[in-house]
Write a new protein. Structure first.
Length: 510
């Protein structure tokens, strides 16, 4: 067997195992930098293998491993590249943050690598048991990452809620897998799809029950209504770099699962397109945007907006369930746009919130454009892309998404999506107005001598602090990421053949 196509997964998994042996002293700055360098190198190596697999093949390709349980094709490689890019940005953002917040735990790196390995497995799974295995590897690592701020009560509460609700969603998913095996005699997607196409009318209710349970479990992972209750508390309680990683990479991996199930003809027919996916999309958009309007915390506002963006992505899934692959291509393009802008926005939040994330309320950001002009500019670009403001990549993605919905006969759904995009302008531009036009009401972060955690005073931070030099470097990185990822792809979409790559990845499943 040629294991070269599996190298991205093997490198990340091996790196996670090896990082357990390279933890080193917890309080030494040199050891901390070494751990981050190792993690960055592992992800970069895996990314190079994934890029080699993508550009080293001509046209669509498909390689089966382990009896067809795992497949390496354009689709899985596309998602692997996107997830690994999100991981690399997370490492860069977390480097100074973890040290200044005193959460530079050695296990952070192992957990991050294991979470990414689970995501890579999700994108490559052609068997429901392998899918469940990848989902649990990712979920267990994310649960622990959310709780890394051990002395923060919000982080502790968020972790407990996430674990409890995640356990229920995993039970739903596993029971749906059991029912799929019950009526098909297999857990492989191709075999189940063949049985579904030949199901007699009398056994159709069992198929609907199994698929409903599968969708309930997956809807939790993408934070779709009514399985979204965990998202605001978890997004607010987790550390900002981890929140950005969840908002981008976890949603990317979860939608990889949904798209493979839909394109594998497990989620088919007018019933799921109109009565299930349609309503999930509409309610997620309206609930997310409506509740985001009244939020005063920037992180909670972005959490509710992520629920709305889940609704937008489900617009593309309705086209897939009615056998319109253009909807899947549009959803893939929009997923890339959302991943770029959301992780960029949370990177800016990480910088602007200061120590202990004490500047997270909207009024705390008044006058930020004067104190941190480059970061405020990057945040503005990301928010404009999340709105779908032309000529950003968010506008390009929404245009493709709603156009595909109209072509598949979902005119009402497309109009509701446009209405929700208009509704989102209010709370996104409110942040821009506060940063750019309001007078500052906060002079800066609390002095280090005044900071306390669990009643204990903390000494001033040492080593990697938010100095002028590192601040300038990160400001430049955030601005370049936001500019390239939003305006460049929006103004010159032909310069990066993103749509063609997305179509090629979808074509490998048809």
């Amino acid at each position: 067997m040629d294991y070269l196509p599996l190298m991205p997964f093997l490198v990340v998994t091996g790196g996670g195992l090896l990082s357990l042996l390279l933890m080193g002293p917890r309080k030494q700055t040199a050891a901390a930098i070494g751990r981050y360098t190792f993690t960055f190198g592992v992800l970069l190596t895996a990314l190079l293998f994934a890029l080699r697999q993508w550009f080293g093949q001509s046209g669509a390709f498909r390689l089966n491993f382990f009896g067809g349980a795992i497949v390496i094709d354009n689709f899985s490689t596309f998602f692997a590249i996107l997830v690994l890019l999100c991981g690399l940005v997370t490492v860069l953002v977390a480097l100074p943050y973890a040290h200044q917040e005193r959460m530079d735990h050695p296990e952070l790196h192992s957990l991050l690598l294991f979470a990414i390995s689970g995501m890579l497995l999700l994108g490559s799974s052609k068997d429901l048991l392998v899918l469940f295995l990848g989902l649990e590897i990712m979920s267990l690592a994310i649960y622990a990452l959310v709780g890394l701020r051990r002395h923060d009560l919000k982080a502790n509460e968020a972790t407990l809620k996430y674990i409890l609700l995640g356990a229920f969603s995993s039970a739903f998913l596993l029971y749906g897998i059991a029912l799929c095996y019950g009526f098909s005699g297999s857990t492989q997607l191709d075999r189940i799809a063949t049985v579904i196409s030949s199901l007699p009318p009398g056994s159709y209710p069992l198929y609907l029950l199994a698929l409903s349970l599968l969708l309930a479990g997956l809807a939790f992972k993408i934070a779709a209504f009514p399985f979204h209750m965990w998202a605001p508390d978890v997004y607010e309680g987790a550390a900002s770099p981890i929140t950005g990683f969840m908002a981008a990479a976890v949603k990317v991996a979860a939608f990889a699962m949904l798209l493979r199930l839909a394109l594998g003809e497990l989620i088919t027919g007018e019933f799921f397109a109109v009565n299930v996916i349609w309503w999930l999309s509409v309610l997620s958009m309206f609930v997310g945007n409506t509740l985001a309007l009244v939020q005063q915390s920037v992180k909670r506002m972005l959490a509710y907006s992520s629920i709305a963006h889940t609704g937008y992505l489900l617009v593309g899934l309705t086209g897939v369930t009615t056998q319109q692959p253009d909807g899947a291509t549009a959803a893939l393009v929009y997923l890339v746009a959302y991943a770029i802008t959301s992780i960029g926005a949370f990177a800016c939040v990480t910088y602007l919130a200061q120590r202990n994330e004490q500047l997270l309320r909207l009024e705390d950001w008044a006058g930020m454009a004067r104190r941190h002009p480059w970061i405020a500019s990057a945040m503005t670009i990301c928010l404009l892309s999340l709105i779908g403001f032309p000529p950003t990549v968010g506008f390009f993605g929404k245009y493709l998404l709603f156009s595909a919905a109209i072509q598949s006969g979902q005119l009402t759904l497309a109009l509701l999506g446009i209405l929700n995009s208009i509704l989102a302008i209010w709370y996104y531009l409110r942040v821009v107005v506060v940063m750019m036009m309001k007078e500052p009401v906060t002079t800066g972060p609390v002095a280090p001598s005044e900071e306390k955690i669990a009643g204990k005073s903390l000494p001033p931070p040492g080593g990697l602090r938010w100095g002028a030099g590192i601040g300038a470097i990160y400001a430049a990185l955030f601005l370049i990421w936001a500019g390239i990822g939003t305006f460049t792809l929006g103004i010159f979409p032909g310069a990066v053949p993103l749509f063609n790559w997305a179509w090629l990845s979808i074509a490998s499943l048809l």
